[in-house]
Design a protein around this ligand. Sequence first.
Ligand code: MG
Length: 289
Amino acid sequence: MNLDIENFVKYDDFIDQYDMYIWDFDYTILKIHSYASHIELKDVQSASWKKLIGDFADPIFFRDLVYYLKGKKKEVAIVSFGTYNVIKAYLDRLFDDTRIFDSHNILTPLINNKRYSSSFRVNSDKNENLVCLMRQNPSIKYDRAIFFDDTYQNIQGARELGIKGVLINQKIGFTKKVWEELIKTESISSGDKNKLESCKVLEQSLDDNEIEKEKEPRKGYQKNNDNLIETFDGDKEQEQEQEQEHAIENKDKDSEKIGAPISSYFMNWINVLAVVFIFVYYLIKKYNP
Ligand SMILES: [Mg+2]
């Protein structure tokens, strides 16, 4: 593969701002929606090169950019709601090196050829998938990740995490023109603090000289991630411990309540015995002078 490095060096100032590059797949890398179109693994594997290329938004630019990013030791990933096998098949046909995208960096709830159903539905956005990806790459901070997606909700979810979100027009997808327009826009607004709107949370924490806390996904994620099950179970354990502590405290209080009448009961008997003792002592003194 002949990659014209010269063409990409000019992007270095922008590229160096991020260590993790994340793309949605349908309507972003592809200009079609492969899942909604019911495209299957065999369709991708048997498609002519012309047909295949026609499904991508800008395949050659995307391929070369990814190779360039990998050459600069950047991480790349696909975070999609589409079918794993279909996404993998498209990318395997595009990249000579099929290890660039595999199960370590193609994140989707639909493993193999699985599809959604009434009992298995898509989440509202990609919050949990992005958190999962970032946890797999703990050396990369959230504000060093950039995410391209055609759904506004997904972009908002990424921004909440501090990831730079770039909304893609689904009629165009991720193309060289879109990439260059983004860089142009970013360089025009450089120096403008608002351009880093998505990174406000982290900036604030850095200003406070605090270490960035590990982000937690919204609830509902624990189904899919063992680490999070531990976290949520940890919370449950803590709650159970607190409940037990409360129960012990209440028990102590109850035993105090129970103990009070018992002690007063004995005190009454001691008083009676004391009176009897004094009375007997008085009688003895009186009749045995
Ligand atoms: Mg999409």
